[in-house]
Every structure is written in structure tokens, then in C-alpha cells.
Design a protein around this ligand. Structure first.
Ligand SMILES: [Zn+2]
Length: 117
């Protein structure tokens, strides 16, 4: 049984590696190598890094995304020890908000931080 997608690997005949079917294992290996997208959204308080919209960050983990955000925006990135944004989403979660199509408080992607950037 695959831990990622619950496919019965014995029934489907898929190879299993480290508790994952070959499909999920490949996906995880790709993520580990290339990272994934995180989205930090902004409100309209006038006190955050941007007004509305979001910053897209390519990173391996949430923690790394926060580090990149801090490196890019310096003092403005944090406020009272919290990341100075409205919400943080993984790509999957962000898709579900519908913001990619509708925008967030009139804003769209404000900035993109690449790996190593
Ligand atoms: Zn799987």
C-alpha cells in the first residue's frame, strides 16, 4: 500500500520504494530536488510588504520559504516575530483559494523568489 496515494501496489503491480508507489516516490524525489511553490498573501493594512496580491517563493520547505522572504525584504519581512503577510499557502492550498484567477484585494503576483534568489 502506498503512503502517498493509497494505491494497493500489489494489486496494481506498481513498484514500491520506501513505502511509496513508484509514481509518488518519483514525485517526492522531484520535490526534494526542485522544491515547490509557496505563496505569501498580503492584506491592505498598508503595513505589510505589499498591498494585496502575493509573493511566490520556490523553496524546499515552508521554513526555507520564510528565510528567503526575510533575505529579500529585510526588516519589512517580519513584524513582532511573525512573517509580515496575511497568510501562507502551499501551491495546493493556494489553488483552492481561487486567488490565482480572481486576485487578492485587487492584486496579483507582486514578486517571485527563485531558489538561491
Ligand atoms: Zn502512490
Amino acid at each position: 500500500m502506498c503512503d502517498g496515494c493509497d494505491t494497493d501496489t500489489r494489486k496494481s503491480g506498481l513498484r514500491e520504494l520506501e513505502g511509496l508507489c513508484i509514481e509518488c516516490w518519483r514525485e517526492r524525489a522531484l520535490l526534494a530536488e526542485n522544491g515547490q511553490m509557496f505563496y505569501f498573501t498580503f492584506g491592505n493594512s498598508g503595513k505589510q510588504v505589499f498591498e494585496g496580491g502575493w509573493v511566490r517563493i520556490k523553496a524546499l520547505t515552508f521554513g526555507e520559504a520564510v528565510e528567503k522572504f526575510k533575505a529579500r525584504y529585510g526588516e519589512r519581512a517580519m513584524r513582532d516575530n511573525f512573517v509580515n503577510c496575511a497568510s501562507m499557502y502551499t501551491e495546493e492550498e493556494f489553488k483552492q483559494t481561487g486567488m490565482a484567477e480572481k486576485g487578492n484585494l485587487g492584486g496579483f503576483e507582486q514578486d517571485y523568489i527563485e531558489i538561491g534568489g
